[in-house]
Design a protein around this ligand. Structure first.
Ligand code: CP
Ligand code: NVA
Length: 308
């Protein structure tokens, strides 16, 4: 069995296998009703626990639908309704859940909750977002890019705004899939040094450029995310907005990218804040393909987890 904890912790050959699998099962399902079963049912007679300690629309629904399409069953659990939210240790929770379910997906705050869950569970554990990373999202994004534009290897991706959890997983993917990443945002919100170092060590060109227009020059893909993440305090909202306003993705900024550049956002988006509606709803935007591809990418991730 395999855990899917982070992109930099997963072998590049396995990452490629997951993307190829996702693409193949997506193709095979074209035109079928949402609830129709897949041709192959790798989750037949399997039970998957989906634990949420933070809100979610896409992750919750795409995992739930994905498990069912592969013949399995789910239970969606809110962390605060479990003993986990009332002092039971992560290790004990992991050991108990391993007696009932065949796989655990967890969205949490501190990443040590995820890593401890994986350490003590006898079943695969999948990272559905922590304060630090969001690997399932970026697997969907790689699938989306390649569907529209072919191999992402060697391309220039520009991250605009907060060097947050989603940005971190993009940096991990840069190293593993071989693309370059330019970060443009205020110095206070730079991505973690450790993650920049990992991408560079893997051979990716990682550039920090404070001028958004210069950063986006020649971009193949421009990416934005919310300016206030779920783990950020609401009291930091005004300060963050003031720092991040120069990094809004709008038509003027997109004009600096390559004419065929794509725009991505993991959603949920705050229209007219980190990105304008003109860009979100414009011809370069692939945001709803990204959302759809969460389903296909995660199905391939779950399959890989069980294959071991
Ligand atoms: N992009 C993403 O993970 O969305 P949710 O928070 O709705 O799951
Ligand atoms: N950076 C955002 C992503 C939401 C899917 C957050 O953590 O809130």
């Amino acid at each position: 069995m395999n855990h899917f904890l982070d992109i930099h912790k997963t072998d590049p050959a396995d990452l490629r296998k997951i993307i190829d699998q996702a693409s193949a099962t997506k193709q095979a399902r074209q035109g079928r009703p949402r609830a129709a079963l897949d041709d192959e049912l790798p989750l037949k007679d399997r039970m998957v626990a989906l634990i949420f300690e933070k809100p979610s629309t896409r992750t919750r629904v795409s995992f739930d639908v994905g498990v069912r399409q592969m013949g399995g069953q789910t239970m969606v659990l809110s962390g605060k309704d479990m003993q986990l939210g009332h002092g039971e240790t992560i290790a004990d929770t992991a050991r108990v859940l391993s007696r009932y379910v065949d796989m655990i997906m967890i969205r949490t705050f501190d990443e040590t909750v995820l890593t401890e869950m994986a350490e003590y569970a006898d079943v695969p554990v999948i990272n559905g977002l922590t304060d630090r990373t969001h690997p399932c999202q970026i697997m969907a994004d790689i699938l989306t890019y390649e569907e529209h534009r072919g191999p992402i290897k060697g391309k220039k991706v520009v991250w605009c705004g907060d060097g947050n959890n989603v940005c971190a997983s993009f940096l991990h993917a840069a190293g593993q899939f071989g693309f370059d990443l330019t970060f443009t945002g205020p110095a206070q919100l730079d991505p973690e040094e450790e993650f920049i170092g990992l991408a560079r060590k893997a051979g990716s060109k990682v550039v920090i450029e404070r001028d958004a227009a210069k950063a986006v020059e020649g971009a193949d893909l421009v990416v934005a995310d919310t300016w206030v993440s779920m783990h950020d305090s609401q009291s930091s909202k005004e300060r963050r907005h003031n720092m991040l306003r120069p990094y809004q993705v709008n038509d003027a900024l997109m004009a600096h990218a390559k004419p065929d550049a794509l725009f991505m956002h993991c959603l949920p988006a705050h229209r007219e804040e980190e990105v304008t509606s003109a860009v979100m709803d414009g011809p370069q935007s692939v945001i709803f393909d990204e959302a759809e591809n969460r389903l296909h990418a995660q199905k391939a991730i779950m399959r890989w987890c069980l294959e071991g």
